[in-house]
Design a protein around this ligand. Structure first.
Ligand code: TXA
Ligand code: MG
Length: 317
């Protein structure tokens, strides 16, 4: 949001470059790094403020769930509920351009902003050695959408990243062009049936031949029953009232800025802090089983994405 430009370090995939990139990520900074598909804009997935900075930096007008990148299967299994399909897919295609969507595991440490409040998580082990070395050095999940400003095409070289995001992120790890050049294929494995949620760098035929089970195609499904649709938006059970300036008994209140509320997105009116708290606070208030009244959030910077989500949460269902 802030227009302040920072110096974007150019890092090489040497031991020192990888370790420095990992240290920046662990300190909550944004680092672009190459995968075999496209360059990703990485943030520590456990750090809500760092994940909020991804949205602010890309200028994304809405919160879409992000992919958690991990170094190996064992790291993925700490975050999600593993199953036989995941085992077969990982054995055949990881590391590689395949993302698996699985139910979150209890005790996981991923920020709710990564999943946009969903109870499922997209995970992948990228194949590019530089990415895996980085993930091993971070020793934790890294959330990363493609490293381009919202609405622009995905970057396949460090130079693409620098043109789009130079001056806005801490560093770019440069390990040459991406071999695959299109995003990973996304396979939903959280329901009764595997669903191809996004075509990508791994062909659907390859998935089908290994899985030995029919795979539903998201696009071919009735939009009302397509798991991809159902998966894509977290909505609270409680009714949600927006732009509340006073609160009635029987409601729970979600504040923004100074005041007395049941929970506050940010007492100081900080939009990045509010984004980091958004889904966690909505879940917590929803658990109270009462209508939720939400204070106005300014429609600037990250407030645009916050309000987009709040409007979806408030929409009649
Ligand atoms: O190749 C790639 O996948 C690249 C590199 C950087 O790894 N990343 C990438 O991220 O393409 P992004 O943010 O542009 O796309 C992530 C996609 C979105 O379409 C999102 O809706 C979907 O993954 N997604 C993430 N979590 C999901 C979930 N829990 N359920 C369903 N879809 C999910
Ligand atoms: Mg993208």
């Amino acid at each position: 949001m802030s227009e302040t430009r920072i110096e974007t370090e150019a890092l090489t995939p040497s031991r020192a470059g990888i370790d420095h990139a990992a240290a920046l990520l662990r300190a909550g900074q944004l680092v672009a790094f190459p995968t075999e598909t496209v360059y990703g804009l990485g943030a520590d997935a456990r750090n809500g403020a760092a994940v909020a900075a991804i949205y602010a930096t890309k200028g994304r007008p809405s919160f879409n769930p992000l992919i958690a990148h991990v170094a190996d299967v064992a790291a993925a299994q700490k975050l999600v509920q593993w199953n036989d399909w995941a085992e077969a897919m990982a054995a055949a295609f990881w590391p590689g351009p395949l993302t698996l969507v699985l139910p979150l595991r209890e005790g996981h440490d991923v920020s709710p902003l990564v999943t946009a409040g969903l109870q499922t998580l997209a995970v992948r082990v990228p194949a590019k050695a530089c990415a895996r070395d980085l993930l091993a050095a971070v020793d934790g999940p890294v959330a990363a959408p493609s490293a381009n400003p919202s609405g622009r095409i995905s970057p396949t070289t460090a130079e693409h990243v620098r043109v789009g995001l130079g001056g806005k992120i801490a560093a770019i790890l440069d390990d040459g062009p991406c071999a695959v050049g299109v995003e990973s294929t996304i396979l939903g494995l959280a329901g009764d049936m595997p669903v191809l949620l996004r075509p990508g760098g791994l062909a659907a035929e390859d998935i089908r031949s290994v899985l030995g089970h029919p795979v539903a195609d998201r696009d071919a499904m009735d939009p009302l029953t397509a798991p991809g649709q159902l998966l894509s938006h977290y909505a609270p059970n409680a009714s949600v009232r927006l732009n509340a300036t006073e609160y009635v008994p029987g409601e729970v209140s979600l504040g923004f800025g100074p005041g007395i509320f049941d929970l506050n997105l940010s007492e100081h009116g900080d939009l990045a802090e509010a984004a980091a708290n958004l889904f966690g606070h909505l879940h917590a208030l929803d658990a109270r089983g009462m209508p939720i009244a939400v204070a106005p959030v300014p429609e600037v910077g990250l407030g645009v994405a916050i309000n987009d989500r709040l409007r979806r949460a408030a929409a009649p269902r």
